[in-house]
Write a new protein. Sequence first.
Length: 225
Amino acid sequence: MIELQGFGEQIVKGAVTTLQVATLSLATGTILGLCGAMAKLAKSRALNWFANGCTTIVRGVPELLVILILYFGGTVALTALFGRYIEIDAFSAGVFALTVVFGAYASEVCRGAITAVPPGQIEAAYALGLPKRLVWRLVILPQMWRYALPGLGNLWLVLLKDTALVSVVGLDDLMRKASMAAGSTHDPLTFYGTAAALYLLFTSVSLLGLTMLERRVSRGIRFAN
């Protein structure tokens, strides 16, 4: 049994914060990624250029720099906009930064998944007279998730581990709590090892859930292909 020297409750709180940041970033990042994919596939060259430019910039910059730029840059932008000092809290900055990073990578996953939907089904939907919004809602989106799930699952695992970077802006997540406990007790091996075990637990449970989900969405389709 690992002795956490009274820091067990703090480690648990940090783990809960990590999961909150990760799940919120996953939800908002998936929506952002889908919007980015639709912009990349749009007929408008301006939308294509904008979406490709944004994803290229975000994917070409280390995640830590994205977090720092958005955290400090967001404070400067809001201060200039409202004419008084407004500081973005660490939780909001972390979620926003990880949303941008996740969304940039998810846009490529979603773009590939959308193009993988059989074009004949889309053409048939238009031939039936369905409006574009219904074609997306009833034909494209339900099928694209099956193709996008493996890629989004991998991005989720990366996102879980990237939450550790948010501790640099002062968020009391799992990594920061472990670091504070290690500094107070001078026992870094115990607390960093505990943090590593919790991250491994999160990713292992996620892998199990993703495997079950992939099997579910592939039922009745695997052998038809």
